[in-house]
Write a protein of this length. Structure first.
Length: 170
């Protein structure tokens, strides 16, 4: 048997072990073993979960609406009460017809500081009520729908209490 070069064999084994160790430390084996029980969903799957339901019948539900009632709660957001299609819905999307006047009635249900505001798509306020902190206090605002309206929100809880507005033409 010809003599083997122990040094080159040892060098090869060290280099191989080093490469495998680096691969493991760098996390290049993600998803190859039992270490990860619940892989992250594809971005498309996550986006699909956030999609709005089909608009079947949605137009009919908003055609005769004159009053929109909401409850303000910092932890739960705006909770719809009226019309029936938004009853119990958190931060419901609403549809308004351009140039129609609507009565917005909201109740402070938690005694935190709240107001009701409508902003355009550039985050500029168009309409806002006064701030109230009295639990069970009810505020009414008569508002004429306009095409600039994009969202309604509480200006002290913007992230938790915001819903979208769809403006329709007749």
């Amino acid at each position: 048997m010809p003599p083997t070069d122990r040094r080159s064999r040892r060098t090869l084994l060290c280099a191989l072990a080093s490469g495998v160790g680096t691969t493991l430390v760098a996390g290049c084996t993600e998803g190859m073993g039992d270490g990860e029980a619940d892989p992250e969903p594809d971005r498309d799957d996550a986006d699909a979960d956030d999609a709005d339901p089909p608009d079947t019948g949605w137009e009919d539900e908003w055609e005769d609406v004159e009053t929109i009632e909401l409850e303000a709660h910092a932890d739960d957001g705006w909770i719809g009460r009226r019309p029936a299609s938004i009853d119990g819905v958190e931060n419901p999307d609403i549809a308004l017809y351009e140039d129609r006047e609507y009565e917005f009635v909201w109740t402070n249900t938690d005694g935190d500081v709240h107001n009701f505001a409508i902003w355009d798509d550039e985050d500029e306020p168009l309409v806002s009520t006064s701030f109230v902190e009295e639990e069970d206090e009810e505020i009414t605002a008569d508002i004429t729908a306009s095409e600039e309206m994009a969202v309604y929100l509480c200006e002290t809880h913007e992230r938790e209490m915001e819903g979208s507005i769809e403006i329709r033409t007749e």
